[in-house]
Design a protein around this ligand. Sequence first.
Ligand code: UT7
Length: 321
Amino acid sequence: MALRSVLTGVGSHLPQRILTNAELAKRVDTSDEWIVERTGIRQRHIAADGERTSDLACGAGVQALQSAGRDAKDIDLIIVATTTPDLTFPATAARVQAELGVVNGAAFDLQAVCSGFIFALATADNFLARGQAKAALVIGAETFSRIMDWEDRGTCVLFGDGAGAVVLEAREERSDRGVISTFLRTDGRMHDLLYVDGGPSQTQSVGKVRMIGNAVFRQAVEHISGAMLEACARAGVALDEVDWFVPHQANQRILDGVARKLGIDVDKVVSTVALHGNTSAASVPLALDVASRDGRIKKGDLVLMEALGGGLTWGAALVRM
Ligand code: UT7
């Protein structure tokens, strides 16, 4: 029987400090009204001084392990999707592996910006389906506050810090639980719509986020919708069979635009953007965790996750919980 990657646990972790729109309005020329109307964001969490991406990743990882009823010895693959690693190298995943006490298998980072979690989930699914690992911890973790230009009102109001994680286990599953289909795309021609103006090779610095927001917005609605339809088509599933949509949380208007375009009931769309802002690779697993813990997403539910980010990258993953 073919191996399936079954999602057995989910967790998340947010830094304590909350930054409100009102506080931001004291720093840059913006207002709570503008931010809420144009993005739906009301607040975001910001990592404390010295709090690293790996710290957030470990918090989410521990919760996901608990929720799966697993411990460190069971895990033999860790993938951390992040654009804000602790250091240029080693991988943040290496520190996470050591901190969690995992001693088996490989641990590496994956860089697909806001689509990172979807890319990491698809990557882990391939490892598990090929029998190359038994249980994976897939984490999206970011400290985007570290790469914001706090003088640029077009970007600094959008992002926040956090982490989310899932445990995926290879099983000869008789039911249809598990990762059913994934779809990933990159179009490097749109590299300059959303990028960081620094890096080891080009500038020998870390750099700050730069974005042509309205151009990314247009690409987002189109490509996210396309990815969702493609993931469903690959699985032979109709969109109206999906119980929950767990999108990347960039902007409430993108969530609404995609729902309108595809005729999706907005009550089936999990939205955490108001409270978390855009946490990049962390946003999908964070939202998945919120909706699992509050009892909306249950075992057996069909969940469609999707994201778009720098690269541009985009993708979707269909999972039976
Ligand atoms: O996670 C990766 C994917 N990222 C995204 O999907 C983000 C996609 N983009 C967006 O969410 C939206 O484009 C933004 C929220 C970034 C911007 O909203 P918009 O409705 O596209 O606004 P805009 O960029 O077209 O700007 C409209 C106006 C401009 O002023 P003028 O030139 O019309 O006078 C901006 O300068 O809004 C101004 N503006 C602001 N005003 C108050 C931009 N940011 C702000 C701000 N406060 N924070």
